[in-house]
Design a protein around this ligand. Structure first.
Ligand code: PBG
Length: 330
C-alpha cells in the first residue's frame, strides 16, 4: 500500500485554514451597482423581468443609493429613461435630461462618498432604439461620435466622475477623451465598454430601459460571441485611445474573454454581470431550485478569478449586505 505524499486536503480541513488559503476575495468596494432612473413617473416601477430592480424616480434613486452606501457599495452606473425620444436621442445631452438631473441630485446629497458613472449611449434616447444615429437603415459611426461628444460633456457638467461609452462605435473613446479634455474635464475617467457582445443576455435590460431596437439588431456594431482575439484588439484600441478602464460584457459566458483582456492590458478590467444573468439566478431561486447565496458567491468569485478587478452587478446591494456572512458559506 502506498500513501499519498501530497495531501491538499490538509488546507481544507479547518475553516480558519481555508480562509487563510483563499486566493480570491470579493469586497463591497469591488462592486458597481447599475440603477435606472425614469423621467415622468411619480412612483418607482418594478421591472418585471428583473425581480427586485426598479425604474426609479429621483427620490427613490436617492433612497437606493443611501441603502447601498450603508452596506459599503459606493459606485453606481446610472441609466436614464427619458419621457421623450427622437431620431437623434437629444434628451441624452439635454442639460435638464433625466440622467443629468439624477447626477446632480445624487452628488448634492452624498458628495464624494459616491462614485458616479454615466452610461453613455443613445439606445434609451432614440425613437428607433439604436445606439447611434441612422443613415438609412445603418447606424452611422462618425456622426454618432459627434453626438457622443456632446453627451459626454453634458454628463461631466452634471458631475459624472466616470463616462462609460457603451455604443461600440469605432473611435468612441478617442472622440470622448478629446471632448472632455477640450471642455476642461481632464480629471474625468473613461470606463470603456471595450468588448461588448451582441448578446441575448441583455433581454431583461431592454425591458428595463425601454431600449429594444425597433428594427434589426445590434450585430452591425456589437461583437460576435464567437470571437476572443477581436476582444483583445478592441481593448487595445480603447486603451490606445485613452480608456482608463476596459470592460467585458456580458460576464458569465465570456470568462475566457475577461482573462484574455486582463492578460493583455495594463489598465483595470471591469466585467458586467448583465440583466439576463441576474434574472436567471432570480428565477431559479424563486422556484427553490438553487441556493441563491452560494450561487452568487460562486458567480462573483468566478468573474474575479477570470481577471476582473471590478464587477457591475444588479446583485451589488444584496451581495454586499451578505458578504460579512460568507464565512458560513465557505
Ligand atoms: C446599451 C446598454 C445595454 C446594456 C447596458 N448598456 C443594452 C444593449 O446593448 O442592448 C445591457 C445591460 C444589461 O443587460 O444588464 N446602452
Amino acid at each position: 500500500m502506498s500513501f499519498p505524499i501530497e495531501r491538499p486536503r490538509r488546507l481544507r480541513s479547518r475553516p480558519a485554514l481555508r480562509r487563510l488559503a483563499r486566493e480570491t476575495q470579493i469586497a463591497p468596494q469591488d462592486l458597481i451597482y447599475p440603477l435606472f432612473v425614469r423621467e415622468g413617473i411619480d412612483a418607482p416601477q418594478p421591472i418585471e423581468a428583473m425581480p427586485g430592480q426598479q425604474q426609479h424616480t429621483l427620490d427613490s434613486l436617492a433612497h437606493e443609493v443611501e441603502a447601498a452606501l450603508k452596506v459599503g457599495v459606493g459606485s453606481f452606473v446610472l441609466f436614464g429613461i427619458p419621457a421623450r425620444k427622437d431620431a437623434q436621442g437629444s434628451e441624452a445631452w439635454a442639460e435638464g435630461g433625466i440622467v443629468q438631473r439624477a447626477l446632480r441630485q445624487v452628488r448634492e446629497a452624498f458628495g464624494t462618498d459616491v462614485l458616479l458613472i454615466a452610461d453613455l449611449c443613445l439606445c434609451e434616447y432614440t425613437d428607433h432604439g439604436h445606439c447611434g444615429v441612422l443613415e438609412g437603415d445603418t447606424v452611422a459611426n462618425d456622426p454618432t461620435l459627434e453626438i457622443y461628444q456632446r453627451i459626454a460633456i453634458s454628463q461631466a457638467a452634471a458631475g459624472a466622475d466616470v463616462i462609460a461609452p457603451s455604443g461600440m462605435m469605432d473611435g468612441q473613446v478617442r472622440a470622448i477623451r478629446a471632448a472632455l479634455d477640450g471642455a476642461g474635464y481632464i480629471d474625468r475617467a473613461i470606463l470603456a465598454y471595450a468588448a461588448k457582445y451582441a448578446s441575448a443576455f441583455y433581454g431583461p435590460f431592454r425591458e428595463a430601459a425601454g431600449s429594444a431596437p425597433r428594427f434589426g439588431d445590434r450585430r452591425g456594431y456589437q461583437m460576435d460571441p464567437a470571437n476572443v482575439r477581436e476582444a483583445v484588439r478592441e481593448a487595445r484600441l480603447d486603451v490606445d485611445e485613452g480608456a482608463d478602464i476596459v470592460m467585458v460584457k456580458p460576464a458569465l459566458a465570456f470568462l475566457d474573454v475577461i482573462r484574455a483582456v486582463a492578460d493583455s492590458t495594463q489598465v483595470p478590467v471591469a466585467a458586467y454581470n448583465v440583466s439576463g444573468e441576474y434574472s436567471m439566478v432570480k428565477a431559479a431561486a424563486a422556484r427553490g431550485w438553487i441556493d441563491e447565496r452560494r450561487i452568487l458567491r460562486e458567480i462573483l468569485l468566478g468573474i474575479r478569478r477570470a481577471g476582473a478587478d471590478m464587477i457591475l452587478t444588479y446583485h451589488a446591494r444584496e451581495v454586499a449586505a451578505d458578504i460579512p456572512c460568507w464565512n458560513d458559506l465557505g
